[in-house]
Write a protein that binds this ligand. Structure first.
Ligand SMILES: NC(=O)c1ccc[n+]([C@@H]2O[C@H](COP(=O)([O-])OP(=O)(O)OC[C@H]3O[C@@H](n4cnc5c(N)ncnc54)[C@H](O)[C@@H]3O)[C@@H](O)[C@H]2O)c1
Length: 336
């Protein structure tokens, strides 16, 4: 049994806690959170990582993103392998500190881009890698939902920190990187700021990939819609599920949408209608449980991390470039 600590028992930390308790391969040995009221599932609670006085093999860092670097340095010095929530850090410099700390401590890092652990995402990647749509040319990804007002009552989400770019779009960007490869160009435009809270709420990103493909991601946290990864897959208990596709990718020999994995092939040009092919869809996965099982394998030296801190840094880099591009286009930020 891998002995695991969970630090930061907030929105996502509570779900990690439940996953660890339910796991057959992991044992919860402590939680770290300065709030004495957090759930502990019977494990000892510590105010700070330095106060931990139990033996552990690994830690899940689900603390606010701007604390990841400091917490990773403390954890790596204790020799604990780390599952660090996404984004890997708040800045590229902090991501570099995490990479250096892990190297110095001789520990592995796994970044919490849990979408990579969905069987349907793995199937999409496999199909595209096997040439099912030929050479990928264009992709269109949608994420539009309305976050409840209470979500923004948490202090760190009230200002710019509550932008959906770092919190949510980091997932869409990582998904596209996982499926289409490295991003070489980024442009972005922000939409109206309807809540008037001085942060990004909606917009459109255009990504250019090293393989020549281009993708758009349109996003909003002010527009309830059936389209978004969580609604599509039902992966998040806090977000209602609709089962609608939210990612559409077209290539030189076909097209595919996700998560249905509806694959269209057989049209030589626009005079022919593509035909829908049967593709086995593995269905939905408990991605946090799958990620935890992988983390245990990483901590035990049986697998290399599916996404380590250096890989997570590359995703963060794209997010930061998109944020910068939106910041430069400030003229569009009408508040009404
Ligand atoms: N993978 C996902 O889908 C997903 C979803 C939500 C959040 N996240 C990420 O998880 C991280 C946490 O986000 P959240 O929404 O759960 O935040 P949150 O504000 O709900 O919870 C953060 C928790 O960390 C605790 N904390 C603060 N300082 C601490 C310290 N020094 N040591 C230990 N605990 C401390 C707080 O008391 C709180 O309980 C962020 O990096 C966020 O981007 C990932």
């Amino acid at each position: 049994m891998t002995r695991i600590l969970v630090a930061g028992i907030g929105l996502i930390g509570r779900r990690h806690l439940a996953a660890v308790v339910q796991s057959r391969e992991a044992r919860l040995v402590g939680v770290i959170d300065p709030d004495p009221g957090v759930a502990t599932m019977g494990a000892p609670r510590f105010d700070d990582i330095d106060a931990v006085d139990v033996q552990a093999d690994a830690i899940i860092l689900a603390t606010p993103s701007n604390l990841h670097a400091a917490h990773a340095a403390q954890a790596a010095a204790r020799g604990w392998h780390m599952l660090i929530e996404k984004p890997v850090a708040g800045t590229l410099a902090e991501a570099d500190q995490i990479i250096a700390a892990a190297e110095k401590g001789g520990v592995k890092t796994l970044i919490g881009h849990h979408r990579r652990h969905h069987a349907s995402v793995a199937a999409l990647r496999r199909l595209i890698g096997a040439g099912a749509i030929g050479r990928p040319v264009v992709a269109n990804c949608l994420w539009a939902m309305r976050k409840p007002d209470v979500y923004f009552e948490t202090l760190w989400r009230q200002g710019a920190g509550g932008s959906p770019l770092m919190i949510n779009l980091v997932h869409e960007i990582d998904l596209l990187r996982f499926v289409l490869g490295e991003v070489s160009e980024v442009s972005a435009m922000g939409g109206a700021r309807l809540r008037g809270a001085g942060r990004v709420e909606s917009g459109a990103l255009t990504l250019g990939f090293a393989n020549g493909a281009v993708a758009t991601i349109t996003f909003a946290d002010t527009a309830p819609s059936p389209w978004g990864f969580e609604a599509a897959t039902g992966e998040n208990p806090n977000i209602a599920s609709t089962g609608q596709d939210m990612l559409f990718i077209a290539g030189t020999k076909g097209a595919i949408s996700f998560p249905s994995l509806n694959l269209w092939q057989g049209a030589a040009d626009w005079s022919q209608a593509p035909q829908k092919r049967r593709v086995e869809n593995p269905g939905q996965t408990d991605a946090l449980a799958a990620q935890l099982a992988h983390f245990v394998d990483v901590a035990e030296g049986r697998q290399e991390p599916l996404i380590d801190a250096a890989d997570g840094r590359a995703t963060l880099d794209v997010v930061l470039r998109a944020e910068q591009a939106i910041g430069q286009g400030a003229r569009r930020h009408a508040t009404t």
